[in-house]
Design a protein around this ligand. Structure first.
Ligand code: GDP
Length: 473
């Protein structure tokens, strides 16, 4: 009967081909079941194995998550014993501690979730006020928020990862593992190698029931390097360039308030257009970059690559009668770029005959820390950008990575404005929608310096916007 097969098909679409669990209260998170209405049918299907791992994870989270007997018992043990001599029935935890901007947080939390799945840990998040109300609860009948009364809201008395590394160096394999450990995984170029991608370190971490992970990076490529995860992770993700796509669509559902903002903007301004071109402008070095240099970069990129049409001038005429309507969605901290593009296209004829309109949802002037409404705007804009048909992003920006990853889009990446040479390309199209891991490991597990891990793994390529970075393809 066709109506029942239609409704099965509808459920399939709503639940993103089985990626999402059924059984949620629809009204508490409208976006979960509506998001598919705003995107084209996805060519990326989650593997059966990924789906089964997610269902198992949900079971673990339900059993061991906050407000359960197992949680209380395990945490009491973890809090009260210095060393881990647990009885093996305990639950293990991974506490995510966010750092830096929202883009960094979103990509690194997805990596942390994957790490939790691979190590049978329950993911808990330490969100401050600034992160409240952005996302729905991702796990059915449970919460991912670390309870307020947990002592692990800070890590003052928690042993650090460096002490484990020191013990490892001293080859002291007999030492007791601590019951909790703080791992600062905020990579910087100057940081010593963490050897997180190595099995011998993972063996040590496996025995620690509670890990606090502070990170701002998309370290998924490291997880692919760990041999003991290899079988699992490859079965979960046969198509490697969709890891973030699936994890993000599973984990990040805009809260009802965020969804109201996203859908209101979309319906009011964007829905009527045939095509949306998202342009994400992030200026990391305003001290050495002029507005004009950025505008030139954007126009060179979009016009040379025929993403946007040229305008009719005295020497040219409109020869094609193309009535396509295109919206340019600009996101930037500064109002200049939206205003400039609007002034350029408003009431002017393009040589293709296409009608172009320009929209910029906000201009916050500068990055603000600890500000909830500011994060809400950022989240709304990353999501709107991900609904584009074509995306132009700025080099090295994790804000752009979220948009491209969520949208499954291969963006055109603008070169760094101060690095642009007169005759060089203004942008290059990326080969994958995955975020770039900016600070991959620098050594093999035996300590040997590794020039670039992309040479050892065929599905890890050097990022287009970062020579030292790697990403999945
Ligand atoms: P990245 O610094 O570009 O890698 O991206 P992050 O998202 O990690 O940090 C930048 C932060 O600055 C964002 O999270 C926002 O808070 C703010 N921001 C940067 N660009 C924009 C923008 O275009 N729109 C809005 N609303 N906020 C932005």
């Amino acid at each position: 009967n066709s109506s029942s097969s239609d409704s099965i098909h509808d459920d399939q679409e709503k639940l993103l081909d089985g990626l999402l669990a059924s059984g949620f209260d629809e009204a508490s998170c409208i976006s979960r079941l509506q998001s598919h209405l705003y995107r084209k049918v996805s060519p990326h299907k989650p593997s059966r194995y990924l789906i089964s791992k997610l269902r198992n994870y949900e079971e673990l989270h339900r059993r061991c998550g906050p407000n359960t007997i197992a949680y209380n018992k395990s945490m009491a043990y973890i809090e009260n014993s210095k060393n881990n001599n647990g009885d093996g029935t305990m639950c293990k935890y991974l506490v995510f501690s966010p750092a830096n901007g929202l883009g960094n947080r979103i990509i690194s939390m997805a990596a942390t979730f994957l790490y939790a799945i691979l190590t049978n840990r329950v993911l808990l998040v330490r969100f401050g006020e600034d992160m409240h109300g952005l996302f729905c609860e991702p796990f059915l009948n449970s919460t991912w928020t670390l309870p307020n009364n947990s002592p692990f809201w800070n890590q003052e008395h928690v042993e650090t990862y460096d002490t484990i590394l020191d013990k490892d160096k001293a080859n002291n394999s007999k030492h007791d593992s601590p019951s909790a450990l703080f791992l600062n995984h905020q990579f910087t170029k100057g940081n010593p190698e963490k050897f997180f991608h190595c099995d011998h370190i993972q063996d040590l971490l496996r025995n620690v029931p509670l890990l606090i992970l502070q990170t701002d990076q998309y370290f998924v490529p490291s997880l692919f390097m760990i041999q003991s995860f290899n079988l699992e992770i490859n079965k979960m993700f046969p198509q490697k360039d969709t890891v973030f796509y699936h994890l993000a669509h599973y984990l990040y559902h805009p809260s009802n308030e965020a969804w109201r903002q996203i859908t209101t903007f979309y319906q009011t301004y964007l829905a009527k257009f045939d095509e949306i071109i998202g342009i994400q402008i992030r200026v990391f070095r305003p001290d050495i970059t002029s507005n004009q240099a950025i505008i030139d970069l954007v126009l060179n990129c979009t016009i040379e690559n025929k993403l946007l049409p040229k305008l009719v001038t005295q020497n040219s005429v409109s020869y094609i009668q193309n009535h396509t309507r295109k919206a340019i969605l600009v996101t930037s901290l500064s109002p200049n770029y939206g205003e400039n593009l609007r002034a350029m296209y408003q009431n002017k004829q393009s040589i293709s005959g296409e009608v172009i309109e320009v929209y910029q949802p906000s201009h916050e002037e500068k990055q603000k820390f600890g500000d909830n409404m500011h994060n809400m705007k950022a989240w709304t804009e990353m999501y709107l950008l991900s609904l584009s048909d074509i995306l132009v992003t700025s080099s090295l920006s994790t804000f752009g990575y979220v948009a491209q990853g969520f949208g499954g889009l291969k963006p055109w990446i603008l070169v760094k404005p101060h690095k642009k040479k007169p005759n060089s390309a203004a942008c290059k199209q990326d080969f994958s929608s995955e975020p770039c891991f900016h600070y991959p490991p620098m050594h093999e597990c035996n300590g040997k310096f590794q020039k670039h891990f992309s040479s050892s793994f065929p599905y890890l390529w050097e990022c287009k916007d970062s020579h030292s970075g790697v990403k999945l393809i």
